[in-house]
Write a new protein. Structure first.
Length: 172
């Protein structure tokens, strides 16, 4: 990958807006290549969006009551390690194309469990220490937790059949 692409990728991550937690530190035109005048209407509407009660998440697919985004270590402890239900943890990154391809497969397979298995999503760029603590060195990394313990994992995009077998093993 060219140095310019890596720089752009880093800049895009640096300037992403996430519910007001991050504010765009650099000029939008530097990152997107758009002229400031074309971005102004979008930027003006951001406060409305951020302050609205509409659900927001940064992934490309919808989350339901059995899926959640991990916000910090305490959230991970509460929702994954202390969960009475088995939990699949999706360590992913917004810039990762295999992660984007795997996400709807995970969603579809977990829908079939009718809430027996939960899905926790961890953005490795937001929670680097958590990812490092669990030995994540490639994305997507999918880990299964049961009774607060990691019981299995796989790395990389997998077929629906392999994901189904992974989840089925967790339920037995």
């Amino acid at each position: 990958m060219a140095a310019r692409q890596l720089l752009q990728r880093g800049l895009l991550r640096q300037t992403s807006w996430t519910l007001g937690r991050k504010v765009c530190p650099g000029p939008v035109s530097m990152v997107t290549g758009l002229k400031p005048a074309s971005v102004a209407p979008i930027v003006q509407r951001l406060p409305q969006f951020i302050n609205s009660s509409a659900p927001f998440h940064s992934s490309s697919h919808c989350l339901d009551e059995n899926s959640f985004i991990i916000q910090d270590r305490d959230d991970f402890q509460e929702k994954v390690l202390n969960s009475k239900s088995p939990v699949i943890v999706d360590f992913h990154a917004e810039w990762c194309n295999p992660c984007k391809a795997l996400a709807p497969v995970l969603d579809a397979v977990l829908q079939n469990t009718k809430g027996q298995v939960k899905l926790a999503k961890v953005d490795i760029d937001e929670l680097q220490d958590l990812a490092i603590g669990f030995g994540v060195d490639s994305v997507p990394t999918i880990m299964a937790f049961k009774g607060g313990q990691k019981v299995s994992k796989f790395i990389g995009n997998q077929s629906k059949e392999k994901v189904e077998a992974f989840v089925e093993k967790l339920l037995t």
